[in-house]
Design a protein around this ligand. Structure first.
Ligand SMILES: [Zn+2]
Length: 210
């Protein structure tokens, strides 16, 4: 019955690529997907692509327009990037940790984009996703804050909710956008203070100015 309604829905509203709006069953068409260029790591941070063009539009649709279906192609982009990057060895990772949102913000959005990306990576590589980090403070959005204030704004905003999931573990910390690194470095520091053996940082995109 569900299939019947879905096909009826597809007939009335044919599924389109979220970025170029071309009719396609995929949320991100192959033409758009192939336009995303992989980037080299910078300062030890692994980011799949630059936050511009197709990738920027796709992240916007995913996060701000609530298009959850984009989690799969964007997660696959991370899987491809990891398979392509020789310096980050996925065999040496014990678990995947998504950067958490504050509970209130996650409720408002309905999902945490980092969780969904982490789940695709976990599924593909057969690794557990551990929700071992918790955001204890709801911080101001970072968009308009100067660099220095971003770091003080986020300081002490996270805690480890499960120490056994972290202690002596080699972790892959996952987020969507890397700008100044304030959020992800604070998460990494919190995990290391709780005894993580190693923390590798992976983001979907990096803003082009850094
Ligand atoms: Zn497209």
């Amino acid at each position: 019955m569900k299939d019947f309604f879905n096909s009826l829905l597809n007939l009335v509203f044919p599924p389109k690529c979220e970025v170029c709006k071309k009719d396609t069953p995929e949320p991100l068409c192959t033409d758009c997907f192939s336009q995303i260029q992989f980037m080299k790591p910078s300062l030890g941070i692994y980011s799949a692509g630059s936050y511009e063009g197709v990738l920027r539009s796709a992240i916007h649709r995913f996060k701000f327009a609530g298009r959850k279906s984009l989690a799969t192609p964007l997660g696959i982009l991370l899987v491809k990037y990891l398979s392509h990057t020789s310096t980050l060895c996925i065999e040496e990772i014990d678990s995947v940790i998504p950067v958490p949102l504050h509970r209130k913000r996650e409720q408002k959005r309905g999902f945490n984009q980092a969780n969904l990306l982490a789940e695709v990576i976990s599924k593909y590589f057969g690794l557990p996703t551990e929700h071992a980090l918790e955001r204890t403070r709801d911080t101001k959005p970072h968009f308009n804050l100067p660099r220095k204030e971003r770091f003080s704004n986020i300081k002490g905003a996270f805690m480890v909710s499960s120490r056994p999931a972290v202690q002596d573990k080699r972790l892959l910390l996952v987020d969507d956008i890397y700008t100044t690194g304030a959020t992800i470095f604070e998460c990494s520091k919190t995990l290391k203070l709780a005894g993580a053996k190693r923390v590798e940082i992976l983001t979907l995109s990096r803003t082009p100015m850094i």
